[in-house]
Design a protein around this ligand. Sequence first.
Ligand SMILES: Cc1cc2nc3c(=O)[nH]c(=O)nc-3n(C[C@H](O)[C@H](O)[C@H](O)COP(=O)(O)OP(=O)(O)OC[C@H]3O[C@@H](n4cnc5c(N)ncnc54)[C@H](O)[C@@H]3O)c2cc1C
Length: 382
Amino acid sequence: MESFSEIREAMRALCADFPNEYWRELEKTNAYPDDFIKVMIENGFLSCLIPEEYGGSGLGLQEAGVILEELSRSGGHPGACHAQMYTMGTILRHGNEEQKQTYLPKIASGELRLQAFGVTEPNAGTDTTSIQTFARRDGDDYVVNGRKVFISRAEHSDLMLLLARTTPKDECQKKSQGMSVFLVDMREVLGKGMELQPIDMMMNHHCTEVFFDDMRIPASTLIGEEGKGFKYILDSMNAERILIAYECIGDAKFFIDRAKDYANERVIFGRPIGQNQGVQFPIARNYTQMRAAEVMVETAAQKFDAGESCGEDANIAKLLASEASWAAGDTCLQTHGGFGFAKEFDIERKLRETRLYQVAPISTNLILSYVSEHVLGLPRSF
Ligand SMILES: Cc1cc2nc3c(=O)[nH]c(=O)nc-3n(C[C@H](O)[C@H](O)[C@H](O)COP(=O)(O)OP(=O)(O)OC[C@H]3O[C@@H](n4cnc5c(N)ncnc54)[C@H](O)[C@@H]3O)c2cc1C
């Protein structure tokens, strides 16, 4: 039996009102799914990880993951909203009580959107500790200068969690020190020190370049202690990896369902194409890959919810799930022959969407590097 069946059924009912045509149409104009987000918030799904005392439903990462998995499986695109779940964790775990009281209930009710997470920079990329965006303390404010790239949903969010250096890297004992996290109210600074420049992407992902030019933000926007921001965002990154892995499981199930149905229906040479083992074996293999990844994803989420260390599990889960979804997508396309390339089948769209997860939020190579160094004790390579 599937886990969390009540949540799954509720999500399936909700997603039925947002069929594949809806997501396909949005893509034509790079539009944001505002009405979908509204319904997700009204139903408490986007605030599921916010504790009840702050207006959320206080569920665990496993439930949150199942919500995103079902959305992916339906053919929808969680990229439009998933950050609201994991960025909030930084405020919850490291923010002060005033920040939590001010923001979390409003995020839970939908009055405020926290959809943007500003980490990546053009000159640093994966090497996060080399970021150059700098926040200089000036009285009761910080003054921020620098630039971010590929920041998703910034145009559709009220708040951004921003990582900036507050001490130059060469003045820190460790390169992971000297970075701080700020909760920036983008409504206050847009056009007044912060500019957004949309990037046209391979899929409908609402990415932007973000420019900071003497952007002044109150010192009260600092989350936790100055200089410890990298540690704070690492906490959120395990949650992010596990949630993305759930999305990949949903994508894999979407592809396997579609491939299986089509292989049963499509008759060529007088018999269903699925009667040929050359067609059925790849689908069966994808199913076994997806199931193995799913077990790993659930293990990682259970450990996260139990407060156990889960870095190894979160990374492995994300790697296996992203590869399983891509493999299943490739098979699904092949199974559909020419129709797989027709937009109305949604397979090519989902394939483009799921490809991202081998690159972002962290690339497969960097996960392998983590496993090599931190799990297997191989020499550090960078
Ligand atoms: C659609 C999309 C949405 C995104 N959303 C956000 C967002 O909301 N917020 C945000 O902060 N960022 C976001 N990103 C950025 C994303 O996290 C980065 O693209 C990703 O971390 C990789 O950084 P990079 O693109 O600079 O690649 P690079 O760091 O330049 O790496 C390029 C390639 O080289 C490989 N590589 C680099 N160094 C090594 C090494 N030492 N060993 C082996 N291989 C290596 C990498 O694995 C990668 O495949 C998004 C990206 C995309 C595409």
